[in-house]
Design a binder for this molecule. Sequence first.
Ligand code: BTN
Length: 223
Amino acid sequence: MEWVFLEETDSTNRVAKELARQGAPHGTAVLAKRQTAGRGRLGRAFFSPEGGLYLSVILYPQCPPEDRVLMTPMAAVAVCRALEQVCGVSAGIKWVNDLYLGGKKLCGILCEGCGDAVIVGIGLNLYTPEGGFPAEIPATALDVPVGRRVLAEAIRQQLLQPGEFLAEYRERCLLLGKTVTVHPVAGEAYAARAVELDDRCRLVVESCRGREALDSGEVSVRF
Ligand code: BTN
């Protein structure tokens, strides 16, 4: 089984986890036209109306467990490459898991572990929904005629043959050189300058607290 196509589901990541538990092979993918309980990072809901591409791909990475954190940046570059290839669109990456176009969010990525598998979940706005996007995060859509399945298969292929991705991630990273606001898991938000991405794809920032490498958490910026 390579593909599961659904009109609607609660969450393609949930369906993919279920398939992984049943032994679905590397590269099995679930694609839906809409989700009723789409999941985002940090336990948030992910707005998933008709007009989006909601894709989850099951991968069994061969890397050591500590390298699994690199799956999210790898997936971000894979989606950018597929967008270039299929639509001629060049997206930027807002560390660590969001793709932006024209200063607005186009796509979010949520990687979740499930035993030996990693579920790479991708939510990409193909078309602006009726009534527009919620106000919280400025969002945008491709709004060009593109086959959902064609783009999804291009993304899947890129995920299956990722190759080197860190250099491209750095080139596409929208935060470097910018003043950002860091929102630590605990404690007050603070301003910092994003100076580089290290070889673990951690965001190195400088602030009145000194120099530090962030490996997760939230960073916001004004584009
Ligand atoms: C984020 O922006 O916080 C990440 C969003 C990831 C959403 C995708 S849509 C397909 C897959 N299924 C889910 O429930 N979530 C991911």
